[in-house]
Design a protein around this ligand. Sequence first.
Ligand code: 5GP
Ligand code: SF4
Ligand code: MG
Length: 466
Amino acid sequence: CGIFGVIGVADAAQFVALGLHALQHRGQEAGGIVTYDPAAGFSSARRFGYVRDNFTRADVMETLPGTLGIGHVRYSTSGSKGQTQIRDVQPLFAEFAMGGCAIAHNGNLTNAEQLKRELIERGSIFQSSSDTECIIHLMARSIQSNIPERMKDALRRVEGAFSVIAMTRSKLIGVRDPLGVRPLMLGRIGDGWVLASETCALDIIGAEFLREVEPGEMVIITANKGLESFYPFERVKPRFCIFEHVYFSRPDSVIGGKSVYETRRRIGVELAREAPVEADLVCPVPDSGTPAAIGYSQESGIPYAMGIIRNQYVGRTFIEPAEHIRNMGVRLKLNVNRALIRGKRIVLVDDSVVRGTTSRKIKEMILDAGAKEVHFRIASPPTMWPCFYGVDTPEKDKLLASTMSEPQMRDHLGVDSLSFVSLDGLYRACGEDAGRDNAAPQYCDACFSGDYPVRPVDRIARGFEL
Ligand code: 5GP
Ligand code: SF4
Ligand code: MG
């Protein structure tokens, strides 16, 4: 998901809408905005679909007055599977004795089911199937006298990945879990302050990037006092999601001081070193494979070309939940540039193989178009484990790399050769020159390694084996 918040600007909702639009790649199912205005109180609009189709309309935007606002774009990883229900669309809002509070959450809580059972037994009435609602009920049960303190209490009880942006009548609050699995950026715009999942959302409104909210940090921003910083959790070594660098974040964002584009390009360089091949053209699977393909081409000297053309009016295929839709999705979205491909040996570069649907279709399309050879190069290690921290990787039995060996995958995909970048190669591309520190890994890489930095207790209770 993508989250955004701003305080201290006129028409906050307009900024939130722009910020969410820049974060649309992080979630396309639905979006929501909450604002506060002293005269109007809290206002909220939550809608299915793209930001541009909902939060550009005057009849929606004029219901969101105020100089303080937060928003969320949703991509469902927990809660109701299949069709998203509007009650699960964030920001969630709750009225406490000391006033209202809205919450937008990116990530996934690994003990939400356990907490929910416990809370329901003690009388909480849940209104959604979202893991985020646990935070609200835990806040309601806290004995603290103000909302930020209640939020600290609540967040000390939840486990897993959370970057949270919340607001009260007068405060904008940002928090990251102790490992800092999901990103959260801090910026300034004029006298106002901004929080956003990625720097690309600061760029779109012309805000200045100040720094990241640190793993385990809570920032509380008010119009008069400015920013206050707290560290409510026990401090641990951070483990940011390495897959944000590979796929999830936008290439024009900067994370941990590193350009996402540059990291992806360097993954391609690593791949060319680790898995060279004789070929005529390097082609990306657009857009997710593009920077790595550029890196592969630069390092290998094989010319880069757009062998596959993407229809810009279709969203990310992965986000469509049902299998048959996903299968069609590839053709709706990608087409082969036949004139270029015919008779050539192609290095095809994509960011990841998950179910293998995309790769298989594309290979068929490329061979149909008369390619002589197809060599598949993947800018991440084999995805073998599900993610429990907010990326919707399917269960193990649906993950191609978890059910097949590399030679089996090569044959299943029907390509002439198949190589994945090594985990160390990926770490090097992320700026860790010595590769992965196996004693104390620098990133979360559980979907590749099975090394889960937070025990997924709910899933273990439901039979998942580490
Ligand atoms: P597959 O077709 O193998 O299931 O998925 C691979 C494609 O989906 C890749 O082109 C990649 O860009 C995209 N993708 C890979 N992993 C993920 C993921 O975990 N989440 C999302 N949203 N997309 C993914
Ligand atoms: Fe990121 Fe993978 Fe860890 Fe999930 S399991 S947080 S996708 S690195
Ligand atoms: Mg892709």
